[in-house]
Design a protein around this ligand. Structure first.
Ligand SMILES: *Cc1c(COP(=O)(O)O)cnc(C)c1O
Length: 367
């Protein structure tokens, strides 16, 4: 048996008729940028999240950049962001001219509110919270902190489509939230895509303007902006997939539960903790073990693909060497980069495949 880390071919086989039909309709109409399909997706996505505005953009990184610009972040500002994340959540802060300030992770791989508090200075303007792997961050503490200190809260939901914290959707806690529709994300296009959502109409207008050369229509340039758009084709594909996302999310959660059950007490494995009263949508299923590299190599030999999210915490990346951090500045992130391993978790995974992966893991520890 071979268990690939992603399997978008199986997913396409399940929805091929709908996707091909959407594709044909766009080619018949021959409108490839903007148009009705983009509005339809924006409206349906906003409605499903329960927010009043969705502004689609070219990718998730642009979504973060555009959201930060709309929030007025720029030179002289500091923005607190997780040490343990994908680089989009910090590089976009630098792109605005502001300074990213890293904070360490908590036990759930998300930003630790206690460490955030320690890193606040008079220059701090915002916090970028990442709901990593599909698990919402500690929003009670973070929302309270932002309110008390008058900080803008921006959520990176690239890995957390329709995740919930105490029955509230991820992406509805902050002033703005950014989503990615990269093909392997829980809701993925057949190419790049992203969106910003907000309940604030003034921020929505600023976001739309900045993403569209400063205007709400052609030849309208109130400010300078960029060109970041969701292709019409991608919007149509995403609308098709939006009808399936709830079933896919349920399958991801069921797969995670099966892994956790089968891996209980196996070797030194730590299975992922789910935060109480939250809905973890398992973009990634991440275990921890001191034998990470050996286990990864063993599984590779047995036909099981795994990945490491991430091999290096952001403060230790060459891109941030000038900040001269050492492992003791971010002890949790430093531990994670040595011990985390992501197992395949997509909805199309079969019970037999999960059983196979867990059998091989057991075999590794029993050698
Ligand atoms: C994927 C991802 C992004 C960026 O999304 P792109 O669409 O690839 O630009 C941002 N943040 C996190 C946490 C991500 O996983």
């Amino acid at each position: 048996m071979r268990v690939p880390f992603f399997d978008l071919k199986s997913q396409y086989a399940l929805i091929q008729n709908e996707v091909d039909e959407a594709h044909r309709a766009i080619f018949s109409a021959a409108q490839f940028v903007g148009g009705e399909s983009v509005h339809t997706f924006e409206n349906q996505f906003a409605k499903k999240l329960g927010v009043s505005h969705c502004i689609s953009v070219g990718n998730g990184t642009d979504a973060l950049f555009v959201a930060l610009k709309a929030a007025g972040i720029g030179p002289g500002d500091e923005v607190i962001t997780p040490a343990w994340s994908w680089i989009s959540s910090s590089e976009t802060i630098s792109l605005t001219g502001a300074q990213p300030v890293f904070a360490d992770a908590d036990d759930f791989f998300t930003i630790d509110p206690i460490d955030v508090e320690r890193r606040i200075t008079p220059r701090t303007k915002a916090i970028v919270v990442v709901h990593l792997y599909g698990q919402p961050a500690n929003m009670d503490a973070l929302v309270a902190m932002c309110q008390k200190r008058n900080l803008t809260l921006i959520e990176d939901c690239a890995q957390a489509h329709f995740s919930e914290y105490k029955n509230q959707m991820a992406g509805t806690f902050g002033q703005l939230a950014a989503f990615s529709f990269y093909p392997t994300k829980n809701l993925g296009a057949y190419g790049d895509g992203g969106a910003v959502v907000t309940n604030n109409s003034s921020l929505a207008e600023k976001t739309r303007r900045f993403a569209n050369h400063g205007g709400l229509s052609k030849d309208d340039h109130q400010i300078e902006g960029i060109n970041s758009r969701l292709d019409t084709l991608q919007a149509a594909y995403l609308t098709v997939k939006l009808n399936h996302i709830d079933a896919w999310t349920r399958k991801r959660i069921a797969n995670a539960e099966l892994y956790t059950e089968l891996l209980k007490g196996v070797g030194d494995i730590v299975t992922p903790e789910v935060r109480r009263s939250s809905k973890h949508t398992f973009h990634l299923y991440v275990i921890q073990t001191k034998k990470r590299d050996a286990l990864k190599a063993y599984l590779q030999g047995e036909g099981v693909e795994t990945l490491v999210h991430y091999p290096k915490a952001l403060p230790f990346e060459p891109a941030y060497h000038s900040l001269s951090f050492s492992e003791k500045d971010f002890p949790r992130a430093a531990q994670f980069q040595r011990e985390v391993l992501s197992l395949p978790i997509y909805p199309e995974l079969t019970r037999e495949q999960i059983q196979f992966v867990c059998d091989r893991i057991q075999q590794f520890y029993g050698r």
